[in-house]
Ligand binder design. Structure first.
Ligand SMILES: [Zn+2]
Length: 123
């Protein structure tokens, strides 16, 4: 049986292994990822499989493929793909729901910073 503590432990491990800083927030809607020379994910503490999926999705915005693609749908899909491949617990139907909740379907307002850094803020 995988506990929420195990899931958070796995997330912490992934961040440490990839030298990605963590900033905790209260709401999933405040989740974001910053990539470039300084890499950071801001996510809620992992107290549910939902929070775990969100956290891995944000990491996917840094570690996943195609994150500099101009098409936001492509970036979102590959961030979820990275989450799927790296998660110790992943339920496809469940993640679809989360993706919809986060507004990561087409038309979510993500922004890109100048100087090559990409910043993704989930709605
Ligand atoms: Zn996203």
């Amino acid at each position: 049986m995988i506990t929420n503590a195990d899931l958070e432990g796995h997330f912490l491990h992934l961040c440490a292994a990839n030298e990605i800083q963590i900033s905790w927030c209260k709401r999933p809607s405040k989740a974001l990822a910053i990539s470039g020379e300084f890499e950071l994910v801001r996510v809620p503490h992992i107290r549910s499989p939902t929070a775990y999926a969100i956290a891995l999705h944000e990491l996917g915005h840094i570690k996943g493929r195609n994150q500099y693609n101009k098409n936001q749908i492509v970036r979102e899909r590959w961030a979820w793909e990275w989450a799927r491949r790296n998660a110790v617990l992943y339920d496809r139907r469940f993640v679809r729901k989360i993706a919809l909740l986060l507004g990561t379907q087409p038309a979510a307002p993500h922004c890109t910073l100048p100087d090559g850094q990409a910043l993704y803020q989930e709605r």
